[in-house]
Design a binder for this molecule. Sequence first.
Ligand SMILES: [Zn+2]
Length: 437
Amino acid sequence: MKKITTTWLLLFVTTFLFAQTSTEQIINTKEVERIERVLAADDMKGRRVFSPEIDKAADFIASEFKAAGLQTCPPDWNKQAGNNSSTYRQEFTIVSPRFKGLTAVFDGQTEDAKNVVVVTTQPSITADEKAGYEKAKLAAGANLFAEAQKYIRSGKNYLVLVDTSYSKNFARLALLKRGMFAMSNSVVFVLTTKDPATYKVEAEHDITEQKLANVVGVLPGKSKKDEYVIFSGHYDHIGIGKPVDGDSIFNGANDDAAGITAVILLAKYYKALNNNERTIIFATFTAEESGGYGAQYFSRQFDPAKVAAMFNIEMIGTESKWGKNSAYITGYEKTDMGAIMQKNLAGTGFTFHPDPYTDQNLFYRSDNATLARLGVPAHTISTSKMDSEPNYHKVSDEVETLDLDNMTMIIKSIALSARSIVSGKDSPTRVKVDELR
Ligand SMILES: [Zn+2]
C-alpha cells in the first residue's frame, strides 16, 4: 500500500510540477515580448491589407504555428490554395466589380438603368430566359438587404423583381458589390411593379481581384474531433499614415499583435499539454480593420454548429479599467461562456467582467460577430479602455506602451479559463441569432 501511495504521490507531484513549469516555460513575458517585437516592428509597416509587409507577418505566424507543431489548414477549408496543399495560409480572393453600364429590356420595352442593379463578379453578363435565370419576387415588408444576400449567396442565377416599396433603398443594393468573394452566379435586381414575360439584361463591369490570406493551424481533438474550439485574433492593422513627431507607422502592438501573440502562445501551450478532447483551431484573421473579410471567408468553410466556442482576443496589452489581472468579455450576457470561464478561474484572483463600454457595440466590431451571427458562442476578450485608451489607432501603439507582465498573466488566464471547454466538459449556450442587431 505504502509503496503504491508513494508512487501515486510522486507521480502526482511530478505531473503537477511539470504542468506548472510547462505553462511558465511556454507563456512567459520573454516570449510575449519576442513575438510582439516581430509583429509590431517598424519594418512590418503597420501590416496593412494588400501590402507586402502583411505577408511577412503571415509568414512569421505560419513559422510559429509550425514550430508549435500544429497541423496546417485543412485542405477542404482551403480550396483556393489547391488540392493537397499543405499550408497554414488560407488564401482567398476579394473581387471588386466596378459598374460600367447596362441595358435592360422587359417585354420589349427598354427599362431605366437606375431601376436595375446587377450583382456579379463576371466582367460581362447577359441575363435572359435562355441563360437559366430563375425569376423570384422580393415582396414588401422584408429586410431588403438580408433577402438580397440570400439570392447572392444561393449560387444560382436569379432575376429578382423587387417591390417598389423599397424604392428609397433600392440603389443601395449596388453597395453589396463593394468587395466580395468570387461568386459563380449573378443576380439581377429590378425595381418594378410588373412581372415581365420576356427579359434581357446585359451588364458590364471592370473586375479587380485582390488576394488575402488568414493563417490557420489545427490541433486535432483526442476524442471529439468534430467539435471545435477557436482561438483567434487579427493580424492586419492600418498601415502608414500622417506622421506624428516623425513617426508615421501604425505599429498596432496592442491592436492586434497582442491577440496574435496570445493565439501563438496558446497554440504552443495546448500542443504541449497534448490532452485536448475537442479540436482546437488557431485562426489569425486578415482584413479585420477593413471589412472583416478574413473571418467571413473562414466562417464559410465549415458547419458553424460544430464550433463549441470562439475566444477572439483583441487588445490585451494594457491594464483594464479595473487594473491588473482582469479583462472584459464582449456580449457577456449573450451566452454563459463568460460564466464558465470565470468558474475555471476560481481561486486565481483573475476576473472576467462584462464589457463596460456597451454603448460602443464592441461585440459587433470585431471578428467574433461574424461567427456569433451563425449562432456560435463567440466573444471578444479585451482590456482596452475604449473611452480613454491613449494609443488606440495611433502611431504610438508601440510595444513600449504595453504592460507585458500583465499581458502574460491574461494569456495564462485565458488558457486556464478555457480548460473545461477544450476538454469537452462544458459547452457554452449558443448565441440567439434573432436577438442580434
Ligand atoms: Zn483590432
